[in-house]
Design a protein. Structure first.
Length: 144
């Protein structure tokens, strides 16, 4: 039986896998979705990875016995030049937000839909030929 973290990340991965230009998105990062914290992909390949970063006690005392507040990070990398890195970051962030939008039904009963917390560009990457972004979200998931 998969752990609650595994179930949660799998639901997020399923949302992100739909990111393809053939589905009307701006990038094709959905073709390379992983849950590995340090994915091994070709240097110029677009990819997105989903990992959980931490678990905390829920702020709501009513959930403390049944749930954990889980922080997840979605990290994406796309090829970019020095003159279009900001545009590429905006595209990939827009794709991630759109892929998650309206996907509540992918999350099992007892799993809170990820709540957006922040997004940050991965600095210094454009000089290496790519741009990236890290999206942080949180949600309550069952303890077991």
């Amino acid at each position: 039986m998969p752990s609650p973290r595994d179930t949660y990340l799998t639901a997020v991965v399923e949302c992100l896998q739909q990111i393809r230009t053939s589905n009307g998105f701006l990038t094709d990062i959905g073709a390379n979705v992983t849950r590995e914290p340090a994915p091994k992909v070709a240097d110029d390949a677009e990819f997105v990875t989903v990992v959980w970063g931490r678990q905390d006690r829920p702020a709501d005392p009513g959930l403390a016995r049944t749930s954990r507040l889980t922080t997840l990070q979605i990290m994406a990398k796309v090829p970019a030049a020095l003159d279009d890195a900001q545009e590429r970051i905006d595209q990939v962030l827009s794709d991630i937000e759109r892929a998650l939008d309206g996907q509540l039904t992918r999350f099992p009963t007892g799993y809170q839909f990820p709540q957006y917390q922040s997004a940050e560009p991965l600095n210094g990457a454009a000089a290496d030929g790519w741009a990236g972004v890290v999206v942080t979200a949180t949600g309550h998931i069952p303890k077991r």
